[in-house]
Design a protein around this ligand. Structure first.
Ligand SMILES: [Zn+2]
Ligand SMILES: [Zn+2]
Length: 172
């Protein structure tokens, strides 16, 4: 008899992670992939046999930190190695900014996805573009949604595009 994990695994479409992509953004993308369209994180999480862990990861809640066993189970389900999943999690010793999601509009214009290091407390700005990160919509002051919900690449309240926010970032 086939178990649920095998069923899910059979139809999962592989999605390649981007360089430095955060786990929240990745799983949003993976779940929305047309062939997958898994609306709830619990579906994948339960199929991997790791309880509701994925819902926590998508909210950047890493206490307890994902164990190698959990990463292996999830990796097997979605076709990623433990190392690939590990790369989407905070590096050891890095504390995350939780009060708001942050972004660099210029980076987002080059490649539209949330980078895990934007959430590091130690990250003051974007080294590449010499801009401070932005954590609220400059037009309406709304906080950014969790990256798992970044579909349009825009403020969910007023619709201002993330790419247009670059000009409102302060030099760094
Ligand atoms: Zn940048
Ligand atoms: Zn807005």
């Amino acid at each position: 008899m086939k178990n649920e994990a095998e069923d899910v695994q059979a139809w999962m479409e592989y999605v390649e992670p981007y360089e430095g992509e955060s786990i929240s953004h990745y799983f949003g993308r993976l779940r929305r992939e047309e062939a997958n369209s898994v609306s709830a994180p619990t579906t994948l999480s339960e199929a991997a046999g790791i309880g509701p862990a994925l819902s926590r990861w998508e909210k950047f809640r890493f206490n307890p930190f994902p164990s190698p066993k959990e990463l292996e189970a999830m990796g097997k389900l979605v076709g990623l190695t433990v190392e690939q999943l590990r790369a989407m999690l905070p590096a050891q010793g890095e504390r995350l900014v939780m009060r708001s999601m942050r972004l660099c509009g210029e980076c987002y214009r080059e490649s539209p996805y949330h980078r895990i290091d934007w959430q590091y407390e130690s990250t003051e700005g974007c080294e590449k573009h010499r801009l401070r990160l932005i954590s609220r919509c400059p037009a309406c002051d709304e906080k950014f949604a969790l990256p798992v919900e970044w579909v349009e690449g825009a403020c969910k309240r007023c619709g201002m595009k993330f790419t247009s926010m670059a000009k409102r970032q302060k030099p760094y």
